[in-house]
Design a binder for this molecule. Structure first.
Ligand SMILES: [Zn+2]
Length: 412
């Protein structure tokens, strides 16, 4: 079997998809279920149809595009990623796995290969947390990691529910029917840009992901007491921002001192109320994002955070409320997929690095119902979620080629 990737066409398709955007180029903004997102998805579905794939959407808007195998009833081999993009993002995150996956299927078709197991391209819905505050809604529902009842309670910034938004987008059916059975996929493999600097630094064109770190996120609200910045004397203050500052530094310190490089913790949001120069902060809302490849270590950081909130609350006479948004387990890649990826790289003498994904992806949730693995391609300076995100056409085509070889091995 001689596989070739149409690099020019793949590059042109990635460029074209970036034009479905609510931001001016080179930035891409494509929030789930907005007209730009729906148009982009329709365009990708047309390309899938051109490739002769059988297409359907489920109730949350995951799109399945299947190349039916000779044993149509055997579990499918899945690949894919997402096409929604956070505000002011780039054009490669997720897209490389969708259009690269489609090109991998077309390369297999051109070579004359006929799969025994169906090969299915899956375009997940709502991977980014922009609209509903939680990421990977599509794959969480597919894998039963999230209940339909919990999904129905989510609202966007305008107060619209998931049901309202998806129905406006033309999606029918019940969320209860999204969950896939455990034998639906034989394997699921996701091609993605690295979103980090390691491949570039190590001068390796490919990364085979052996595990995906366990993410947790929380919302922390600190309530103190406001007042005039001149009038309230220091002994009388219950400054919510000063308490929040102690919590932020404690989170950082805890993550730094677990003894493992894999522990990371971030406070990315700090909303101060009322937010005036001459007013003592009365309320602060923080976000905390904690990740580790080791679940016990991750949970130990969360426990330490609990303790800090208690001591800070007592010491500074503020009330602190924590709301857990998600705490997911890590994923270990499937040995058979790792072997197939390694074999595919060796066939073409492509060097690769075995690595950990600290960003989470739909594959983390798909691991609850199928063996998964991911294949990373480098991105310049490790930049992602910004307009200057960039992966070279050569690197993307190489990833698509290894993906095609891997799909061939797994679906034979
Ligand atoms: Zn992504």
């Amino acid at each position: 079997m001689n596989l070739t990737i149409d690099q020019q066409r793949l590059t042109a398709e990635i460029d074209k998809l970036a034009t479905f955007s609510d931001a001016e180029a080179p930035a891409v903004t494509r929030v789930v279920f907005t007209p730009s997102d729906r148009k982009a998805r329709a365009w990708v579905k047309d390309r899938c149809e051109d490739a002769g794939l059988v297409i359907h959407d489920d109730a949350i808007g995951n799109t399945f595009a299947r190349w039916v195998g000779s044993d149509a009833h055997a579990p499918a081999v899945g690949t894919g990623s997402h096409i929604d993009a956070i505000p002011n993002a780039g054009k490669y995150d997720g897209v490389v796995g969708v259009l690269g996956g489609l090109e991998a299927i077309r390369a297999l078709q051109r070579s004359g290969f006929r799969p025994k197991h169906s090969i299915e391209l899956l375009i997940f819905a709502s991977e980014e947390p922009t609209r509903f505050g939680i990421g990977c809604i599509g794959s969480r529902l597919l894998s039963g990691s999230f209940s339909p009842e919990a999904a129905k309670k989510l609202t966007d910034n305008d107060g619209a529910t998931v049901d309202e938004v998806r129905q406006t987008a033309g999606l029918a059916g019940k969320l209860e029917d999204v969950n896939l059975p455990h034998n639906y996929y034989k394997a699921f493999v996701e091609l993605h840009i690295e979103q980090g600097p390691i491949l570039e630094r190590e001068r390796k064109p490919l990364g085979i992901v052996e595990r995906i770190a366990a993410p947790a996120s929380l919302r922390i609200t600190v309530e103190g007491s406001g007042g005039h910045a001149g009038g309230v004397l220091m002994p009388d203050r219950r400054d919510a921002l000063c308490a929040a500052a102690e919590i932020i530094l404690a989170i950082e310190n805890t993550a730094r001192t677990t003894g493992a490089i894999d522990t990371v913790a971030t406070v990315g949001i700090c909303d101060v109320f009322p937010g005036a120069v001459n007013s003592i902060p009365a309320r602060v809302r923080l976000s905390a994002d904690i990740r580790d490849t080791n679940l016990q270590r991750r949970d130990a950081v969360m426990h330490a955070l609990d303790q800090v909130c208690q001591t800070t609350s007592a010491k500074r006479q503020v009330s602190i409320h924590q709301e857990l948004l998600n705490a997911d387990a890590p994923a270990e890649s499937g040995p058979a997929i790792l072997a197939a990826l390694g074999e595919a790289c060796k066939k073409h003498a492509f060097p690769f690095l075995r690595m950990t994904s600290r960003a989470y992806h739909d594959s983390l949730f798909m691991s609850r119902i199928a063996p998964v693995a991911m294949l990373f391609v480098p991105c310049r300076n490790g930049y992602s979620h910004r307009p200057d995100e960039y992966s070279s056409p050569e690197d993307i085509a190489r990833g698509a080629l290894v993906l095609a070889e891997t799909l061939a091995i797994l679906s034979a």
